[in-house]
Design a protein around this ligand. Structure first.
Ligand code: MRU
Length: 357
């Protein structure tokens, strides 16, 4: 199944509950947009594109549960629901992007609330379907960068689980593998939530791609050794100048890659590009509960001293000067990113459906 999808038989959202992987494959269902917001916050669903699709389906639930008698009243309910969903995780640009797209559809002319409900569902379904198609287009562009025999370093989880299906950076690696190229992936474990160890490794087993998990601290060693030929990562938000916010640790990876002349590529749908922010310093960085850092157990025992404190930024910003190129569904973009990103977003906006379609 897809990471997040609409259940047409029961009018609810279904998601893979990523908190239990790889141990258990559990499906969770939601019937209220507030539950979806909690699910995004608790990382039942995570990864910027998957969060965007989840929020879009959350809006469908808000339309479904709304008691509004007129389309104007329902539009007000949807604006309130978007506010709740938008606060769930602040860094992922796709969350805002998907909510704005749904609100744009909902802001059209409707003679009754049922038509408005149908339009919201159709817009959310379109966001989900497009995500899969976009990922596969990005994967084809990105796979051109991969040579037979490459060892690739990958951070966090950017696969099918981080999107509706297929994946961004991991989708590129998967495409190269399907094209018959031999690839080996060094999987950053990705402290503190261990998305690399738990989710990326799980996906790579399923795809039959060769991999080894490394501790985040070992990335510099492997980059310096000459073993790693390329680094592929995802992104939660890209500023207009090409600065990239992604899972914490990405910046250190980019620094070490740059110092060792290893090409560094974020793989990014245009829905993750936020041209309203001039540079990465303006990207809101989510700081999560310190317990995610402190709940470190060995043999079932917590090993941090009692009363220990921690900081837990979930993302960091990699400056554009460390980035070789950005893979998008519009192709490979190179510096000057101010120009190439703006053109890619403009081209996509030109072909996006208008609100009344
Ligand atoms: O905190 P997470 O697990 O949601 O972080 C995910 C990432 O940092 C991904 O690299 C990013 O969302 C892009 S994935 C397609």
């Amino acid at each position: 199944m897809r990471t997040v999808e609409w259940d047409y038989n029961n009018d609810q959202v279904r998601m893979i509950d990523q908190r239990y992987l790889p141990g258990e494959f559990k499906i969770i269902t939601y019937t209220d947009h507030r539950q979806v917001a909690d699910g995004i916050r608790d990382m039942v669903v995570r990864g910027a594109p998957a969060i965007g699709a989840a929020a879009a389906f959350g809006m469908v639930l808000a339309a479904q549960t709304s008691k509004a008698k007129s389309s104007l009243e329902m539009q007000m309910d949807l604006i309130a629901a978007a506010d709740v969903l938008q606060k769930a995780r602040p860094t992922a640009a796709n969350l805002n992007w998907a909510l704005r797209r749904i609100l744009k559809t909902a802001g059209g002319q409707f003679t009754n609330v049922e038509d408005l409900r149908k339009a919201v569902l159709s817009a959310a379904q379109q966001i989900a379907d497009e995500d899969v198609a976009i990922n596969q287009r990005m994967a084809s562009h990105g796979a051109e960068l991969i040579d037979d025999g490459d060892v690739i370093l990958h951070h966090c989880n950017t696969g099918a689980l981080a999107t509706v299906d297929w994946g961004t950076a991991l989708g590129v690696i998967r495409m190269a593998h399907e094209q018959g190229k031999q690839v080996h992936v060094l999987v950053d474990e990705t402290r503190p939530r261990l998305q690399g160890t738990r989710l990326t490794a799980w996906e790579l087993v399923r795809y039959g791609i060769s991999y080894e998990i490394i501790s985040d601290n070992a990335a510099g060693y492997f980059l310096h050794s000459g073993e790693v030929k390329k680094v592929f990562v995802g992104a939660d938000r890209v500023a207009a100048n090409g600065d990239v916010a992604n899972k914490v640790g990405t910046y250190m990876l980019a620094l070490a890659a740059h110092d060792n002349d290893v090409p560094f590529y974020p793989v990014v749908p245009t829905s993750t590009i936020d041209l309203s922010l001039a540079h990465g310093g303006l990207i809101p960085i989510e700081e999560r509960d310190p317990s995610e850092v402190l709940n470190l157990q060995v043999d079932g025992k917590v090993i941090v001293p009692e009363g220990a404190k921690a900081r837990n930024p979930a993302f960091d910003v990699t400056p554009n000067r460390l980035i070789t190129g950005i893979v998008t569904e519009k192709g490979l973009l190179y510096p000057p990113f101010e120009q190439t990103l703006a053109k890619a977003v403009r081209d996509i906006e030109d072909i996006l459906p208008s609100a009344d379609q």
